[in-house]
Design a protein around this ligand. Sequence first.
Ligand SMILES: *[C@@H]1O[C@H](CO)[C@@H](O)[C@H](O)[C@H]1NC(C)=O
Ligand SMILES: *[C@@H]1O[C@H](CO)[C@@H](O)[C@H](O)[C@H]1NC(C)=O
Ligand SMILES: *[C@@H]1O[C@H](CO)[C@@H](O)[C@H](O)[C@H]1NC(C)=O
Ligand SMILES: *[C@@H]1O[C@H](CO)[C@@H](O)[C@H](O)[C@H]1NC(C)=O
Ligand SMILES: *[C@@H]1O[C@H](CO)[C@@H](O)[C@H](O)[C@H]1NC(C)=O
Ligand SMILES: *[C@@H]1O[C@H](CO)[C@@H](O)[C@H](O)[C@H]1NC(C)=O
Ligand SMILES: *[C@@H]1O[C@H](CO)[C@@H](O)[C@H](O)[C@H]1NC(C)=O
Length: 398
Amino acid sequence: MPFGKNLGFALFALASSLVSTEAVTYTLSQDLSGDKFFDGFKFNESAIDFNNFGNVHFLSQSAAQAANLSYVDSNGRVILRVDNTTNGAGDTTFGRNTVYLESTQLMNIGSLMIFDANHIPFGCSVWPSLFTQGQVWPQQGEIDVIEQVNLATDNRYSLHVGVDNCNQPTSVASNQTGTISTAEGDISNCTVTPTTGQNTVGCVTTETKSNSFGSSFSSQGGGVYAMLWDTDGIAMWYFARGSVPSDIGTSNSPDPTTWGEASAWYPASGCNPSTAFGPQIITLYTDICGAFAGEDSVFSQTCSSVAPNCTSLVADPTNYDDAYWEINYLRVYTNGQSNSSSTSSTSASGTSSGSGSSSTGSTSSGSSNSALAFAVSRIWEYLLVPASVSFLGMLSML
Ligand SMILES: *[C@@H]1O[C@H](CO)[C@@H](O)[C@H](O)[C@H]1NC(C)=O
Ligand SMILES: *[C@@H]1O[C@H](CO)[C@@H](O)[C@H](O)[C@H]1NC(C)=O
Ligand SMILES: *[C@@H]1O[C@H](CO)[C@@H](O)[C@H](O)[C@H]1NC(C)=O
Ligand SMILES: *[C@@H]1O[C@H](CO)[C@@H](O)[C@H](O)[C@H]1NC(C)=O
Ligand SMILES: *[C@@H]1O[C@H](CO)[C@@H](O)[C@H](O)[C@H]1NC(C)=O
Ligand SMILES: *[C@@H]1O[C@H](CO)[C@@H](O)[C@H](O)[C@H]1NC(C)=O
Ligand SMILES: *[C@@H]1O[C@H](CO)[C@@H](O)[C@H](O)[C@H]1NC(C)=O
């Protein structure tokens, strides 16, 4: 990709594209860390991974705590694990216990999310993600901040939306440091048609800074991901531990205009950030195999020397010693620039009801037919080619 512009111009470009004319101030609206981290999330309990057909079971908060899969460690860091103690040998439908967290509060346009972690899950068959999603998918959009699989080393950013004409212009190459991949077709197009499985990978930008994912992320001390969603567009940054801007983690009003070019930049000129996205649920979890990590063509890219296929790894608990998040904090800041039409949604969509059926459940809480339609639609999100294997996996789990 072209790196033709000098830094001064790049900084100027960033400043003029992210900020209109006056300085924008971000104030802290949610500070989730330590024991308070769990106040900001509900555990979406589900015996089956309806959306992506991974070999996982999502536990309730009490069950996850009892199984030592979610806790605050002695250093005050939040740990979210995949079970690495149970041997599933002999059980052909075996799935690993883990957790699926969804924020209790919705995030609105005009928000800056900052996530500081020391360790992100990795390993063959492991698929971690930190993303935000509307309450109706894909109509209210999805913003993928951290998402990669298996032994990949570079993080991927993406958007998925339901509205037409949402794309990442190729001209953005000079305004972001990440790479617009072309390996998977027209991925500058963020619009997904879930019923037909068209354009399912979204508009992916790949991180080019080193140590953004995998073992090297944690071995050099982890780092910070940031996502800014405002009326100018959506920007995402990655900073390795030694390169975190000084106002991150220390200032109560961090200033993204001082951080340099974003890794990924989705300007409003290509995708209207006000209409393509509704209020967002921050979502954090780890999948195993399923429609992305388990897809044969994806799995073989980094793990063909480890196993013939993804699901053959699931039964052995020793494959999951690195399948955990170690989180310093997740903070959300707001610039007060929210949609006038959606101010009523700044508060939570109800506290966790015990059944875990609020928020995203609204999409699939109708008849079982609509739930299945939703499930079948989501499987396509990560598929590169139609894969009967994934459907077989789903059927065997049902
Ligand atoms: C990139 O930055 C330049 C300089 O500020 C600006 O004119 C252009 O619109 C930006 N392009 C995109 C796609 O954001
Ligand atoms: C939970 O697991 C971690 C990592 O293996 C361990 O350090 C910790 O002692 C365990 N805690 C409990 C209560 O078992
Ligand atoms: C983007 O992809 C969707 C789904 O395949 C398709 O309907 C739409 O026409 C595409 N948009 C453009 C501009 O190509
Ligand atoms: C902003 O307003 C538009 C139009 O009313 C709506 O479709 C969208 O969901 C809103 N976005 C947010 C983040 O509230
Ligand atoms: C995966 O590999 C194992 C071990 O070779 C094999 O037994 C199993 O049938 C394979 N599964 C699929 C779905 O190909
Ligand atoms: C699970 O993984 C942790 C490291 O994440 C390790 O300390 C622990 O010993 C593992 N548990 C077992 C039973 O191997
Ligand atoms: C979250 O919970 C709802 C209601 O139980 C369920 O329909 C939905 O599929 C769950 N989401 C995931 C990703 O498991």
